[in-house]
Design a protein around this ligand. Structure first.
Ligand code: RNT
Ligand code: ZN
Length: 422
């Protein structure tokens, strides 16, 4: 698509939306400031650089696919990320996991990691003007194979993981200061079991106690924001997950922490969209892990489906774009991994744009008059509006490839770079 056509189509779309009272130019300004947090772990199938042979056993997560070219080093991962970032319109963040430290061939256990292991990432992020978020890694480790970490019945195991998470919060604080942007530290643990567990109460009490120890030390919110992520079930934890939604909802609200909603971590017909305005009554901010649940897997690549559209609509309708942090969380090893990031990030941004393009005052006016016919008719009409023209123009304005051109860039990258990794 050439520039002339993109501009012409945009001018037409602009007029069409204006007829509904929607100002596409000002929406473009809002879009420019939307910042997603890209998850580093799509680039290497959640392996990290600690031990290339580490397994996800006991973690309740699994990566499938054999596509060649996963990143094996921090340099390769950064190369892939640069490619992905160059095709995603806007300025975005990077979300690291503790296993992605640069350990220089040394064995550095989880209770030994320090900010210095992330200097390479920090320097690179500063150079590229990318802000950082962080996650402790309480899986892929011999002390996690039992399936329990912070809620393990043995104190020595719990203490090990408590120490790890404390260190990760210190690293997050360091990153937050260095990048001059609060680093979101998200905690997700795999704890749970395959079959009927009779002492759920004990595990949950232990988890409460471990978390209280972890959060004993307080840091300024300009440096770190803590969030806690629940899950419904995992592979091998089908019957019992210690950190369930109710557990973390109670914990986060009573301790002033952020909740993280991974949209793949709920019952298939349960709507995370509907939770936004509910929890925002009681907490200032939340974190989202945007994903796509398919049957047993909670981590397929995000596409522009109804679930993501409803979710973003709810954020916009609640006026909460500045209170909801949006991170991506999926991993697929069956296709070019940089391409996977771009598909997911672009789909998420498209959903936000679509939500912003809703003729809010008109729909609201109808609703307030109990005119439900007009409300529904307007929402239906929006589905055939020229949203694609606005999206393409946004990409053009942000200097990223439009339409099929970005697909060609990934195909080229796949041939020139990732497929050559043997
Ligand atoms: C797992 C959680 C968690 C992980 C990452 C790697 O079910 O979604 O967020 O995907 O921490
Ligand atoms: Zn997640």
């Amino acid at each position: 698509m050439d520039v002339k056509h993109i501009e012409r189509d945009y001018q037409n779309a602009r007029e069409e939306y204006a007829a509904y009272g929607v100002d596409t130019d000002s929406i473009m300004k809002i879009m420019e400031n939307v910042s997603l947090s890209l998850h580093c772990w799509q680039g290497d199938d959640v392996r990290g650089f600690e031990n290339p042979n580490a397994s996800l056993e006991g973690s309740g997560i699994q990566v499938t696919g054999q596509y060649p070219g996963r990143a094996r080093t921090a340099e390769e991962l950064r190369e892939d990320l640069e490619q992905a970032f160059s095709l995603i319109p806007g300025k975005h963040r990077l979300n690291l996991h503790a296993i992605y430290g640069e350990f220089e061939g040394k064995t550095v256990d989880r209770d030994e990691i320090r900010p210095e292991h992330f200097y390479g990432w920090i320097d690179w992020a500063r150079e590229k003007d990318i802000k950082l978020d962080f996650n402790c890694t309480c899986f892929s480790h011999p002390k996690a194979v039992s399936g329990f970490t912070l809620s393990h019945k043995e104190k020595s195991i719990r203490d090990f993981w408590i120490e790890h998470v404390k260190l990760c919060r210190t690293i997050s604080v360091y990153m937050g200061k260095e990048m001059r942007s609060p680093c979101i530290h998200n905690l997700w643990i795999p704890d749970g079991s395959k079959d009927i567990t009779v002492d759920r109460m004990n595990h949950r009490s232990l988890l409460t106690d471990s978390l209280d120890q972890i959060f004993e030390e307080e840091f300024p919110a300009v440096e770190i924001k803590d969030s806690l992520e629940s899950k419904l079930f995992g592979i091998g934890s089908e019957m019992f997950v210690v950190g369930s939604h109710e557990f973390y909802m109670g914990y986060a609200l009573s301790r002033g922490k952020m909740l993280c909603f991974d949209i793949g971590h709920f019952h298939p017909t349960e709507s995370v969209a509907d939770k936004i305005s509910a929890v925002l009554q009681f907490t200032d901010e939340i974190l989202l892990h945007v994903s796509r649940g398919i049957r047993w897997d909670s981590d397929h690549i995000v596409i522009l489906n109804d679930e993501i559209k409803d979710l973003m609509s709810e954020i916009i309708r609640s006026n909460a774009l500045d209170r909801v942090h949006i991170a991506l969380d999926f991993f697929d090893a069956s296709l070019n991994r940089a391409g996977a990031w771009v598909i997911g990030a672009r789909a998420t941004l498209k959903a936000i744009l679509l939500a912003l393009l809703e003729p809010r005052s008109k729909v609201l006016e109808a609703e307030n008059k109990n005119d439900y016919f007009t409300r529904l008719a307007l929402l239906e009409e929006m589905k055939s509006m020229p949203f694609g023209a606005v999206w393409n123009y946004f990409c053009l304005e942000m200097g990223v490839a439009v339409g099929e051109n970005w697909i060609t860039k990934i195909q080229q990258f796949d041939c020139d770079v990732t497929k050559k990794r043997v």
